[in-house]
Design a protein around this ligand. Structure first.
Ligand SMILES: [Fe+2]
Length: 185
């Protein structure tokens, strides 16, 4: 598989009447090809911010390879659209939240392993963290241009809501990574 094959399969699916469903079908079909995806995305480091994670970006679809090293935990954030993670390697715990009038409420958690898929609706916020010594590396698929969509993030200590701002996000991520657990855990 070459990277343009992966992009074409997802981009074609994203043109359908139910893009999240169609892209999910594609991603389900990729679970047996993890070795090939890893090879085709070996050139993407997945660390160092979105600029070094994004390998396809359009108004209705963004594709990233994301690498969370040991000890890394995100602050709660949303994506401004639906999202899907196919974990390629390592183990990644996801804590899921719903936005409610009083703030964020924990809605569940799931630990992803190689081949696991986590779909998230547009109103879902989450915390992702690497479990174990191996980095957690995933293919992340989003139903819009996540570099342009309005998005939210939450202070991991106070759960105060903020517009997603990458300069503040990193400070929040460092606070989140030092904590013993995700908020609400
Ligand atoms: Fe995320």
């Amino acid at each position: 598989m070459q990277v343009h094959d992966l992009v074409a399969r997802c981009a074609t699916a994203a043109q359908g009447a139910d893009p999240m469903r169609s892209v999910r079908d594609v991603v389900e079909g990729l679970r047996g090809d993890i070795d090939a995806i890893e090879r085709s995305l070996a050139y993407v480091s997945g660390v160092g911010g979105n600029a070094r994670q994004v390998f396809y970006r359009s108004p209705n679809l963004t594709l990233l390879k994301v690498r969370f090293p040991n000890g890394r935990r995100t602050p709660p954030h949303d994506h401004g659209t639906w999202a899907m993670i196919l974990l390629l390697s390592g183990r990644e715990k996801n804590t899921l939240y719903r936005r409610e009038a009083g703030g964020l409420r924990k809605a569940g958690e799931i630990t992803l392993e190689r081949g696991s898929i986590l779909p998230m609706l547009a109103d879902t916020a989450h915390v992702a963290e690497c479990l174990g010594d191996e980095p957690a590396i995933g293919l992340h698929v989003y139903g819009g241009d996540i570099l342009e969509l309005p998005r939210r993030m939450w202070n991991p200590q106070t759960l105060e809501e903020h517009p997603l701002d990458w300069t503040v996000y990193e400070t929040f991520a460092q606070m989140a990574s030092k904590a013993s657990a995700a908020p609400g855990d």
